[in-house]
Design a protein around this ligand. Structure first.
Ligand SMILES: [Zn+2]
Length: 178
């Protein structure tokens, strides 16, 4: 009967080790995104990885919630865009603010080592991706975002970078966008 406590203790140790490993992995993952943010904000913004595919910057607490259920590239653009809201001190969601956050986001991608063309293409792919998927936005995002208008603003700011060939199909210019 002396084997039982040992088994229980061993299982408890194994469970603890597994828990530690995943906690360490999470900390390392968070630290990676935090260090990218620190490079363009002097450490003034706290990055938190959260479940989901969206991001949010909260001006009052200077916290940035970064959705972790995304690809590395998606997360990089999301972080850059949300840090753009921080950089401009935005407190409201408007189309004008989204366009400004995108402009800063492209600059941050370049600060992290991407070329201008790669940074612009990543931003454009992210916006056109939303349009292609037909994602329905909700809440403040629905009122603020217009991804075709935002796409055109990024493209206009970087005339030397070629635009994706399917742009006019995905984002036909209508009078409503002018
Ligand atoms: Zn935004």
């Amino acid at each position: 009967m002396r084997a039982l406590p040992f088994t229980v203790a061993l299982l408890a140790t194994l469970a603890l080790t597994a828990g530690c490993a995943s906690i360490k992995a999470n900390l390392a993952e968070t630290a990676k995104w935090q260090s990218l943010a620190d490079r363009v904000t002097d450490g003034r913004v706290t990055v938190r990885l959260v479940p989901g595919q969206t991001g949010q910057y909260v001006h009052q607490t200077r916290t940035l919630d970064l959705g972790r259920d995304l690809t590395e590239r998606d997360m990089m653009w999301l972080l850059a865009h949300e840090l753009g809201h921080y950089a401009a001190g935005h407190t409201a969601a408007t189309l004008e603010n989204e366009i400004a956050a995108n402009a800063s986001g492209v600059a941050f991608l370049q600060a992290w080592g991407l070329s201008e063309a790669d940074a612009v293409h990543l931003a454009e792919q992210e916006m056109l991706g939303v349009v292609r998927r037909g994602t329905r936005l909700t809440g403040a995002s629905a009122r603020a975002h217009n991804y075709c208008v935002e796409f055109r603003a990024v493209a206009a700011a970087h005339p030397a970078v070629s635009v994706p060939s399917n742009t006019t199909t995905l984002c036909p210019i209508t009078t409503a966008d002018k």
